[in-house]
Design a protein. Structure first.
Length: 180
């Protein structure tokens, strides 16, 4: 495809994301290391555009793998030039506190600790952390919350959901914040 996929509106961003997803899957299909595409985001932040490609692998994603995919995908994007304006390409893993966006994410990470952030206070709080029990048929997220039991939250009330990591044991007291 030659030329651009449109301007900066929501539909144009969607076309860019779909196109880059195809390109990224083609790049990953040529590799023999089992990397998979988690998602692609194209958004403006601080006056700049960012094309973010998130890679996944059961054993984690290395910096070298991100660099290799970024180089090959960047070359393809330079040749095809599907984006009408300047942007920054970022290739990374979703991280240890990866977001949960799709229904499949909520199934994949069943049994893991997650944090849900709400659009508005629910039960006097803006977020909740618990063990993900899954989704109900009517679109509620089921959590097992210590000292509360099962809690259900409508997905439509959740502004952001991500895996939760207990960072409390990572640092030693009195050592200026050094790692254990």
């Amino acid at each position: 495809m030659t030329g651009t996929l449109g301007g900066r509106g929501t539909r144009a961003r969607g076309r860019v994301v779909e196109h880059v997803e195809r390109l990224a899957r083609d790049v990953l299909a040529k590799r023999d290391d089992g990397l998979a595409l988690d998602r692609v985001e194209f958004e403006r932040s601080g006056g700049e555009w960012f094309l973010r490609v998130f890679l996944d692998h059961p054993d984690g994603v290395t910096l070298v793998q991100c660099e290799e995919v970024a180089r090959e995908l960047g070359d393809l994007l330079d040749r095809e030039d599907p984006i009408a304006h300047s942007y920054n390409l970022e290739v990374s893993s979703p991280g240890v506190e990866r977001p949960l966006k799709r229904e499949a994410d909520f199934e994949k990470f069943r049994g893991r600790m997650v944090t849900l952030h709400f659009y508005r206070k629910i039960g006097g709080r803006k977020s909740i952390t618990g063990r993900l029990e899954g989704l109900t048929a009517d679109g509620e997220i089921r959590l097992e919350v210590p000292s509360e039991g099962e809690v259900r939250v409508a997905r439509s009330d959740v502004s952001r959901a991500h895996l939760a990591v207990d960072w409390s044991g990572l640092f030693r007291e009195g050592d200026g914040g050094g790692l254990r």
